[in-house]
Design a protein around this ligand. Structure first.
Ligand code: FES
Length: 105
C-alpha cells in the first residue's frame, strides 16, 4: 500500500444556503494545519500519511468532515486541537478518536 493512511478533507465552498458547506466552517485552514502537523511528526513520507483536499463528500449537515482511508473512518472537528488529536492518536498511533466520529460511520 502506498500510504498507510490517506486523508481527505472536504473543502467544498457552496454559495447560497440550501445546504451548509465545510469551507464556511474553517476546513481550508484545518487541512493546512493537518498537513503541517503530519510533516512535523515525520509522517508525510511514502508508506506514511497523505493529507488531501476533496470536494463535497455529501455529509454536509454533519460537517466539517474528513475521512481516513483505507479504514473509511469519518470525523468531524471544531478546531486545531481536534485535528492534532486525529493526527496524533489515529494517524500516528493507530487509535480511532471516538469522540470526533461521525455517526453513522
Ligand atoms: S460541503 Fe463538505 S461534505 Fe458537503
Amino acid at each position: 500500500m502506498f500510504y498507510k493512511h490517506h486523508v481527505f478533507f472536504c473543502l467544498n465552498q457552496r454559495d447560497g444556503d440550501e445546504r451548509p458547506c465545510c469551507a464556511a466552517r474553517g476546513a481550508e485552514a484545518m487541512q493546512k494545519h493537518a498537513k503541517s502537523r503530519v510533516k512535523e511528526l515525520g509522517l508525510a513520507v511514502p508508506g506514511g500519511v497523505r493529507i488531501n483536499k476533496a470536494g463535497c463528500l455529501d455529509r454536509c449537515e454533519l460537517g466539517p468532515v474528513v475521512v481516513v482511508y483505507p479504514e473509511a473512518v469519518w470525523y468531524t472537528y471544531v478546531d486545531a486541537s481536534d485535528i492534532d488529536e486525529i493526527v496524533e492518536s489515529h494517524l500516528r498511533d493507530g487509535q480511532v478518536v471516538e469522540r470526533l466520529l461521525l455517526e453513522p460511520q
